[in-house]
Design a protein around this ligand. Structure first.
Ligand SMILES: Cc1ncc(COP(=O)(O)O)c(C=O)c1O
Length: 377
C-alpha cells in the first residue's frame, strides 16, 4: 500500500515536528524533507519493542552496519565492509567529523551549488570557507567548474559531494564519479560523499566508494524511512581510507540514539517492501506534479529527477523576483523552501517536497497558482 496515501491532513496537523509546527495552521507545509507517511511497520515494531524492554541506553554492536551492508548488496550490488563503518549521530555531524579526519581545521570545502543549505551552514560554523563549483545547466557536475574550484580551494581541501544531489535529484553516474575521484586525487583533495538520499533513488544509484577506494561516505535510513527524529547514521570508509576512519574518536558514536540505531537497522533489514511502495508513490507524485504545473502554472519548469523526493522548481518566468517562495507563502499560504539559501543558482527557484499525498500536492499547487495570480493581477 502506498505510504503516501495513508494519513489525512488532520492527522498530519497533529504532528509536532518542524514541518508541521514552524508555520501557522493556515499554511500548507511542503518544505523541509520530512515525509507525510506512517512509520514502516518493522520500524515501528523495533521502536515499540525497545520501549517495552526499556532498552533505551547507549548504542552498541554492528547490527546497523550489517543491515546497511545487506541492503547495499541487494540494491546496488556493492557490499561495504562492516569493519569500515562507524556509527555517527547523524549525517551532517558525520560529515563534520569526516572533515576533521582528513583535512586541516581551516581547510576550505568545495560544494556543487545549488545544494542543501546546511552544506554552507555547517562548514561556516566550523570557521571554514565554502568554495562553490556550480552544476551545469542540466544539473550535472560541471568538471571545468569543479577543477577550477579545486584549484581555488588548494591542496588539502575537501570536496563535499552530494550523491544523489539535493535539491536537483541528479544521480551521478559511475563515469562521473570516477572522474571526480581522479580529479580530486590529482589536486590533493579528499572527497566526502553525503549519500543520504541513496535509498530513495528510483534509477541506478552508484555508491561513491564503489568507484573510489580512498573516499568516505555517509549513509542513513533517515530520509528514506522518515527517521530524522531518531538520530543515527553510518560513516563508511573505502579500503584506502580505513586508517582515517579508524581515528574517529569513540565518543562520536555515543551521540547517536540507541533507539534510533534500532529503528534504522530495522528499516534497512526489513523495510524494503515499504520502501518500494513509497518509491512507486513518489513516481506517481512526480507525474502528478508535472500535470498540475502544466495546468495551473505552465511557466514553472520542473524536470522530474530520480534521486530525491524533492522537486526543484524554476519559477524565474513567473516574474516573482529572486524569492518566489515568499509570494507563495504570503499570498498563497503554502510553504516551500526558498532557493536562495541553496547558493549560487538558487535565486528564482523553490524546492517542493513531494513526499505527501496527491491531495496535499494538488492543494499546494492550487495555492501556489492562487498566490501568483493575486500578485500578477
Ligand atoms: C543531502 C542531505 N544531507 C543531510 C541531511 C540531514 O541528515 P541528518 O539529519 O542525518 O543530518 C539531509 C536532510 O534532508 C539532506 O538532504
Amino acid at each position: 500500500m502506498n505510504p503516501l496515501r495513508q494519513l489525512t491532513l488532520d492527522q498530519l496537523r497533529q504532528r509536532t515536528s518542524m514541518k508541521w509546527r514552524y508555520y501557522p495552521e493556515d499554511v500548507l507545509p511542503v518544505w523541509v524533507a520530512e515525509m507525510d507517511v506512517p512509520l514502516a511497520e518493522p520500524v515501528a515494531r523495533a521502536i515499540t519493542d525497545a520501549v517495552t524492554r526499556g532498552d533505551t541506553g547507549y548504542p552498541a554492536g554492528t547490527a546497523y552496519a550489517e543491515a546497511l551492508a545487506g541492503f547495499a548488496k541487494k540494491r546496488w550490488d556493492w557490499e561495504p565492509a562492516v569493519e569500515r563503518m562507524a556509527i555517527v549521530p547523524d549525517v551532517m555531524l558525520g560529515v563534520v567529523e569526516m572533515f576533521r579526519l582528513v583535512s586541516h581545521r581551516d581547510a576550505p570545502v568545495v560544494v556543487n551549488c545549488p545544494v542543501y543549505p546546511p552544506f554552507y551552514q555547517f562548514v561556516e560554523s566550523l570557521g571554514r570557507s565554502v568554495v562553490e563549483a556550480p552544476l551545469d545547466a542540466t544539473w550535472r557536475i560541471d568538471f571545468a567548474a569543479l577543477e577550477e574550484a579545486f584549484v581555488r580551494a588548494g591542496r588539502g581541501a575537501v570536496y563535499l559531494l552530494c550523491n544523489p544531489q539535493n535539491p536537483t535529484g541528479t544521480v551521478h553516474t559511475a563515469a562521473e564519479l570516477s572522474q571526480v575521484a581522479e580529479l580530486a586525487r590529482r589536486h590533493g583533495i579528499r572527497v566526502v560523499a553525503d549519500e543520504i538520499h541513496a535509498p530513495v533513488t528510483t534509477s541506478d544509484f552508484v555508491p561513491y566508494l564503489s568507484v573510489a577506494d580512498d573516499g568516505l561516505s555517509l549513509m542513513s535510513a533517515s530520509k528514506a524511512w522518515n527517521l530524522a527524529g531518531l538520530k543515527a547514521a553510518l560513516a563508511i570508509a573505502g579500503p584506502a581510507a580505513a586508517d582515517d576512519l579508524a581515528r574517529l574518536p569513540e565518543e562520536v558514536g555515543h551521540g547517536a540514539s540507541h533507539v534510533g540505531v534500532l529503528a534504522h537497522t530495522a528499516a534497512f533489514r526489513d523495510g524494503v517492501g515499504w520502501l518500494d511502495a513509497l518509491l512507486d508513490g513518489l513516481d506517481d507524485n512526480r507525474r502528478l506534479l508535472t500535470e498540475l504545473l502544466a495546468e495551473h502554472l505552465p511557466a514553472v519548469r520542473y524536470t522530474p529527477a530520480p534521486g530525491t523526493y524533492l522537486a526543484w522548481l524554476d519559477c524565474r518566468e513567473l516574474g516573482l523576483g529572486d524569492d518566489p517562495a515568499r509570494t507563495f507563502l504570503k499570498q498563497g499560504k503554502v510553504a516551500l523552501n526558498s532557493g536562495i539559501p541553496f547558493g549560487t543558482g538558487g535565486a528564482g527557484f523553490v524546492r517542493m517536497n513531494l513526499a505527501t499525498s496527491p491531495e496535499v500536492l494538488t492543494e499546494a499547487v492550487r495555492r501556489m497558482a492562487a498566490g501568483w495570480n493575486e500578485t500578477s493581477s
